[in-house]
Design a protein around this ligand. Structure first.
Ligand SMILES: [Ca+2]
Length: 567
């Protein structure tokens, strides 16, 4: 089945339902398909976790990503697409088409005492899955959820994927964990232990995504959300993948940043008039770095994690082709935030001390993993963190660290958590052979996560509800990216960010940004996307205009001053 031109009548007939049955139970005022005749693509939304702007090949990286590169070559790469700078808020915004505070996830998973900071999706938002279900889609999810504060086996489960519009779910409810034994691993509504001795989460996410496509036998389209946890810490990767990068980073981070920046200019991803940011003040020159073998290993494992993700993308694409679905599938690929400078598990002396003789304590085969950082591997070996731990295997737990995050975010400033360009810029690849006629082109229209819901609603001919389960739904914030598919502009007032007091607003080429608790900085992003020439003093009236815009957004979305004090 190649084309999918449905009239509303055909569609209802195909499902054997009446109009009323098209609605999500309790969602009033929804009449299913908006257009009488609409091409409904499958939609596959793939996301990486804590990955820098320039890590993958088609954005200038040296990491081997042939499958993502092929999607880019057959479609579009957006050069100014933005996330929220952090895991939970990105997922809340992406899933709902709202800013994260509006969806109730203004920070992370704690209830901070305000409606906009419950750490749990609220009932005034709907997920893409809930909306597309109304338009006749099957809905699948494989990977990391992280938009509810209830991650234990008993829930409450009202905000787990199955209760928020997904027909099938495999993945983790929580946001981080061992790749060999992730905590909160779940199938549908039941938490489970890893199902094999060679379990590796990235491959399990790919396997389940492939299975969902293969087992999709009905004539209706599907939406699938594939949320990888790679390359978020801990640095865990398979030996074969790590081996591919052995020695690749012996030149160090300074050389890597220069090399990437040069390639990005050649590819047109960055403009040659933008100067490469200087090395982070806290990072030593590579020549002065101690323990170079350890540093190299951390980046080798990081690269291997991205490589394995890319292999999974290749398998998903292959299954789409085998199922005859590839041509009419809109595939998006993006990252949830920029490279992560958190020195997780890499500053202190190694613990437990390797000289200590610790007896093996294997876990019960059916035991669930309760911890983000397991105390022991499934076969009972202690899990070690600390300075000098060589990452990769299951008995290690460390991050790749700030120097490499600085390189991941080439050519930009700062990291995950901050809303300068290094924290919020992500690749966005869009591929849809049937509708996107351009091949291997760049798109420079600025966009944000909120646009993904708007685009899904647009291409599916769905309707974004005004009311659901008796609750008024906050109007959609995003804009459809479809005009940009044809290289037309996307009309919008501005894009806004707030995370941990780091704030920004972008209107046209102007970006006003502040690093908490610092003052406002003003940049002309067209002339200086690497944010090196602060124009705030030169254009005080521009600062005032943008500040007023930001403040009205902040009030509208329930943003609280940071740190948040409970009332
Ligand atoms: Ca993340």
């Amino acid at each position: 089945m190649n084309s999918r031109y449905y009239t509303r009548r055909d569609f209802i007939k195909a499902l054997g339902f009446g109009v009323a049955a098209l609605a999500v139970p309790g969602c009033a005022g929804i009449s299913g398909l908006r257009s009488e005749r609409h091409l409904q693509p499958n939609i596959v939304l793939i996301m990486a976790d804590d990955m820098g702007y320039s890590d993958i090949g088609c954005y200038g990286g040296e990491i081997r990503t042939p499958n993502l590169d092929k999607l880019a070559a057959g479609g579009l790469r957006f050069t100014q697409f933005y996330n929220t700078a952090r895991c939970c808020p990105t997922r809340a915004s992406l899933m709902t088409g709202l800013y994260q505070h509006q969806a109730g996830v203004g920070h992370m998973m704690e209830d901070k005492g305000y409606e906009s900071y419950r750490g749990d999706l609220n009932n005034r938002c709907v997920t893409i899955a809930e909306v597309l279900k109304q338009a006749g889609y099957s809905t699948y999810m494989s990977g990391k959820w992280h938009v509810t504060r209830y991650r234990g086996p008993e829930g409450p489960k009202h905000n787990w994927p199955r209760q928020r519009g997904f027909d099938r779910f495999f993945g983790t409810v929580h946001g981080a964990g061992s790749f060999y034994d992730p905590c909160s691993l779940t199938r549908d509504n039941t938490q489970i232990p890893p199902d094999s001795d060679d379990f590796y989460y990235t491959n399990a996410i790919s396997d389940n995504a492939v299975t969902f496509i293969r087992e999709h036998k009905t004539d209706n389209p599907f939406f699938m959300y594939v949320a990888y946890t790679a390359p978020h810490w801990p640095m865990h990767a398979l030996p074969g993948d790590i081996a591919r990068y052995k020695g690749r980073y012996a030149g160090g981070w300074d050389a890597l940043r220069a090399e990437r920046h040069k390639r990005m200019i050649e590819m047109g991803i960055v403009d040659k008039k933008w100067e490469l940011t200087p090395r982070d003040d806290a990072v030593p020159p590579w020549e002065q770095a101690e323990d170079k073998q350890w540093f190299q290993r951390r980046m080798e494992v990081y690269a291997a994690m991205v490589d394995c993700l890319d292999q999974g993308v290749g398998r998903i694409v292959e299954q789409l082709k085998q199922s005859g679905q590839f041509e009419n599938t809109l595939i998006f690929f993006l990252a949830d935030n920029g490279g992560c400078a958190e020195e997780y598990g890499s500053r202190d002396p190694i613990k437990p001390d390797p000289s200590e003789d610790i007896p093996l304590k294997p876990m019960d085969k059916n035991a669930l993993q309760p911890d983000v950082q397991p105390k022991v591997t499934r076969d009972g070996r202690p899990v070690r963190t600390g300075k000098g731990v060589m990452p990769g295997p299951a008995d290690t737990c460390i991050a790749y660290g700030k120097p490499w995050a600085n390189a991941s975010n080439t050519s930009f400033r700062l990291y995950k958590h901050w809303v300068h360009e290094g924290g919020i810029s992500t690749p966005l690849i869009a591929h849809w052979s049937k509708r996107i006629t351009a091949r291997n082109e760049l798109r420079r229209q600025p966009g944000h996560l909120i646009d993904i819901m708007a685009t899904c609603v647009d291409v599916a001919g769905a309707e974004y509800p005004s009311e659901c389960r008796g609750n008024k739904i906050i109007p959609l914030e995003g804009r459809s990216l479809v005009p940009a598919f044809d290289n037309k502009p996307i009309q919008r007032e501005a894009i806004y960010w707030e995370h941990e007091g780091n704030r920004a607003v972008r209107r046209g080429k102007w970006k006003l940004v502040s690093r908490h608790p610092g003052r406002w900085e003003l940049y002309d992003i067209e002339a200086d996307r690497t944010e090196l020439a602060d124009l705030a003093q030169k254009y005080p009236e521009k600062v005032e205009q943008l500040k007023a815009l930001y403040e009205s957004w902040e009030a509208r979305c329930g943003v609280q001053p940071w740190p948040i004090k409970k009332e």
